[in-house]
Design a protein around this ligand. Sequence first.
Ligand SMILES: Nc1ncnc2c1ncn2[C@@H]1O[C@H](COP(=O)(O)OP(=O)(O)OP(=O)(O)O)[C@@H](O)[C@H]1O
Ligand SMILES: [Mg+2]
Length: 238
Amino acid sequence: MTALLEVEDLRVAYGKIEAVKGISFSVEAGQVVTLIGTNGAGKTTTLRTLSGLLKPLAGSIRFDGKPLAGVPAHKIVALGLAHSPEGRHIFPRLTIAENLQLGAFLRSDTEGIRKDIQKAYDLFPILGERRNQAAGTLSGGEQQMLAMGRALMSRPKLLMLDEPSMGLSPIMMQKIMETIAELKAQGTTILLVEQNAQAALSLADQGHVMEIGKIVLSGTGQNLLHDESVRKAYLGED
Ligand SMILES: Nc1ncnc2c1ncn2[C@@H]1O[C@H](COP(=O)(O)OP(=O)(O)OP(=O)(O)O)[C@@H](O)[C@H]1O
Ligand SMILES: [Mg+2]
C-alpha cells in the first residue's frame, strides 16, 4: 500500500540558507504522524512546502498518489491537504462563522458547508456560541480551535497542524490535544508539528525528531516517548 503522503529527500532553502536538508517520511491514511524538534529545526518550513507556499530546492512530495511539484497552493487544498498554520492566522475582523465559511472557499455545496460548520460547532461548542462575534475577540486557545475548524472545512484527506498548543494554558492545551485525539478516532489523518513533545508523541502513531534541517530519529510515538535521548532533550529529564 502506498502512503497518503510520501516525502523523499526534501530540501528547502531561504536564499543561501538551507532550512530543510534532505528529509524523508511518510504518512499513512488514518495515522497521526508528528514532527518534533527544537526552534528553527525546519518543521514549519516543511509544512509550508507541503502546502505549496514554498518551493523545494530538491526532493519529491507525493500526495494521494500525485506528485505535488509545481502545483499551486489552492490546488493542493483542493486535492485534500489542509494546513492550520503556526500563529493561527485567523481573520480577526470577520466573525467566527465567516472564518469557517472561508475555509470552504473551494466548495460550492452550500448544504454540505452548512453541515460542516455545524460539525465544527459540535467539536468546539464555544465557536457555536460566539458564531457572530468578531474572531479577534476570541482567546488564544479559542482562536486555535477556530484555525483547526477552518482547516477542516475543506474536508481534508490530511490535516496539518503547526503548533496547535503554542501559548496555551495547560487546560486549553489539554482540550486541543483531546480534540486531536477525537479527530484521529474519527479517522482523520493528521501531520502534527509540536513543541510539546510529550503530548504529541503520546498521540502519534509515528514520530520524527528534527534537528537543524534533518530527521535525526524516527520511531513509533511510544518508542520515542521512552527513548532516553528524546527524554533528555525534549521532555526535560536528565
Ligand atoms: N522567511 C525566512 N527567511 C529566512 N530564513 C527563514 C525564514 N523562515 C524561517 N527561516 C529559517 O529557517 C530555519 C527553520 O525555520 P522553521 O520556521 O522552519 O523552524 P521550526 O522548526 O518551525 O521552528 P519553531 O519551533 O521555532 O517554530 C530557521 O533557521 C529560520 O530562521
Ligand atoms: Mg515553526
